[in-house]
Design a protein around this ligand. Structure first.
Ligand code: GUN
Ligand code: ZN
Length: 441
């Protein structure tokens, strides 16, 4: 039967190439009256509505979004769900910000009910912003990981998450040991990795909060668990760089610490990477590791400016994804995140093109996670994670859109001016799990 088919109709955007490498002109296809046909959660076809709707027959259910823009769900490649409550914390740079705001907040996630409440709120807010995949840091408490995956399960989302590992330079109430981090992570991998679309990410917080023994244990466990992710922070702040040099005198640079313990490779996602040297960038490219660009966080905590253009214009371009980095970051809106990325690039005399921007927020992010055959695009065989964008969500945007001459300009207006009010609907595997006008919040 055809009863499990669904057609989502509207303006449809599909990527066909990497706009950083092959130019913005030929990187996408656009149908002003397009349709995405979904069957059993997977995209069956994408194209002109009149053609495809005739093919699928009259009894197919159609969700009609005429005039709105449908694209792949957004991918947030680095975010801390327990830091919802420290967003907008005043007056500190990284190390002080961690000690004064973040660590005390993370301490509360020992309480599983509290963790469940915040995880639910985080997921609702992510969906309200069109984010369908996130790479998530939980806290040191295994309960915080169970709470997150349990909250995500009913939505059927393709999420990555893991238990933070920290066995030094953090408060006692937030530390584990090399052995307990290994053991607890292993149990959580068995429990959650590959359950539905969920994936596990080993999460040593960053070099300063792990001993050599813990980093070694993480490397061992990663080798033992194919397909598992590995996420951490690197080279975000100058004070942090000096501290890492002190703590690991035998390593020539920050990345060298992770390199030493076998923590680089495909499915390794490194947050920030602002001050990476040429050697470090070459190693990231060579190993197939990825960098998560966190523009609102980098501005808000005052860390510095990641050079996105340089990362893409090299002979061996880096895999780079976009990230909100809540609560260092200031918004779960991908529009706000892209606006910050644009503004940072402007300061570096690079004008991030809207096609590049939305590629970064979807297929580019998916590629950084080695998921670009499954998510991040609207094409046959892809998991049907989608966002529907209302291109006229506020009076300011509506008047500006009157003068938009093409898709590129419409996209740019959205990334500079839009917010969560522009997200009309969010779909996970073909199921509408958020609808703006259904009174959900
Ligand atoms: N470095 C280590 N931990 C963190 C964190 O929670 N947020 C940010 N922005 N940087 C970090
Ligand atoms: Zn972070």
């Amino acid at each position: 039967g055809e009863s499990n088919r669904l057609a989502i109709r509207g303006q449809v955007l599909q990527f066909t190439a990497d706009p950083f490498q092959l130019g913005t002109e030929n990187a996408c296809r656009f149908w002003s009256d397009g349709v995405v046909v979904v069957e059993d959660g997977v995209i069956r076809s994408v194209g002109q509505a009149s053609d495809l709707l005739a093919d699928v027959g009259p009894d197919v259910e159609v969700h009609d979004y005429a005039g709105r823009l449908i694209m792949a769900g957004f991918v947030d490649t680095h975010v801390h769900y327990p830091q919802m409550e420290v967003i907008a914390s005043y007056g500190a740079q990284l190390i002080e910000w961690l000690n004064d705001y973040t660590f005390p907040a993370e301490g509360r996630f020992r309480d599983r009910d509290y963790a469940a409440k915040v995880a639910g709120l985080f997921l609702q807010e992510s969906l309200r912003n069109g984010i369908t995949t996130s790479a998530v840091y939980c806290t040191v408490h295994p309960e915080s990981v169970d709470a997150f995956f349990e909250a995500a399960a009913p939505y059927g989302l393709r999420v990555i998450a893991g238990k933070v590992m920290m066995d030094r330079n953090a408060p006692d109430f937030l530390t584990d040991t090399a052995q307990s981090a290994y053991d607890d992570s292993k149990i959580l991998i068995e429990r959650w990795h590959g359950k539905g679309r969920a994936l596990y990410g080993l999460t040593p917080r960053f070099a300063p909060t792990s001993t050599d023994a813990q980093l070694e244990a993480a490397g061992t466990l990663w080798q033992e668990t194919p397909g598992v992710y590995m996420q951490t922070h690197v080279s975000e702040n100058r004070q942090e760089l000096a501290w890492v040099a002190e703590l690991f005198p035998d390593c020539s640079d920050y990345l060298g610490v992770y390199e030493k313990y076998g923590l680089l490779g495909p499915r390794c996602v490194l947050g920030h990477g602002i001050y990476l040297s040429e050697r470090e960038k070459a190693v990231i490219a060579e190993t197939g590791s990825a960098v998560a660009h966190c523009p609102t966080s980098n501005l808000f905590i005052g860390s510095g400016l990641f050079d996105l253009a340089a990362s893409q214009q090299r002979a061996d371009p880096l895999r780079v994804g976009l990230a909100t980095d809540i609560g260092g970051g200031t918004s779960l809106s991908i529009f706000a995140t892209l606006r910050a990325a644009y503004e940072i690039a402007q300061l570096q005399s690079f004008s991030l093109h809207p096609i590049q921007a939305f590629y970064l927020a979807t297929l580019g992010g998916a590629k950084s996670l080695y998921l670009d055959d499954k998510i991040g695009n609207l094409a046959p065989g892809y998991e049907a994670d989608m966002v529907v964008i209302d291109l006229k969500s506020t009076p300011m945007i509506t008047q500006r859109m009157e003068h938009a001459k093409d898709l590129t300009e419409a996209l740019f207006i959205q990334m500079i001016l839009a917010d969560d009010r522009a997200i009309e609907a969010t779909y996970s595997a073909g199921r509408r799990i958020y609808a703006r006008d259904a009174g959900q919040n």
